[in-house]
Design a protein around this ligand. Structure first.
Ligand SMILES: [Fe+2]
Length: 103
């Protein structure tokens, strides 16, 4: 959904979206490792999206800024869920809950 909104925005701005970016997912050896990798990725997406919103401010592009701000809030929500899933395993050795249990 986020990708579609971004593509629509790029087309609206009379440009051509590049959609052939290769994804290289990092895999953890355990559920805990995977959750921590996902949390790190989520935090990085928050930081990158914040930077994108700042570029939009500098360019007076309020429409794109609003899109990125919504994406930041979504990603912060994901990061919160992942962080909560990781904390019990660190503190008490309890198996992290799955994303499906959180959503
Ligand atoms: Fe996310």
């Amino acid at each position: 959904m986020k990708q579609r909104r971004l593509i629509e925005r790029i087309i609206f701005l009379d440009s051509t979206p590049v959609v052939d970016v290769g994804l290289k997912p990092q895999l953890g050896g355990t559920v805990k490792e995977q959750m921590e990798i996902n949390l790190k990725d989520s935090r990085m997406r928050c930081a990158n999206t914040n930077l994108a919103a700042k570029v939009c401010v500098a360019q007076n592009d309020d429409g794109s800024k609003a899109l990125f701000e919504r994406m930041i809030l979504d990603e912060e929500r994901h990061a919160t869920i992942l962080r909560r899933s990781c904390i019990p395993s660190r503190r008490w050795g309890i198996r992290p809950t799955t994303m499906s249990q959180q959503l």
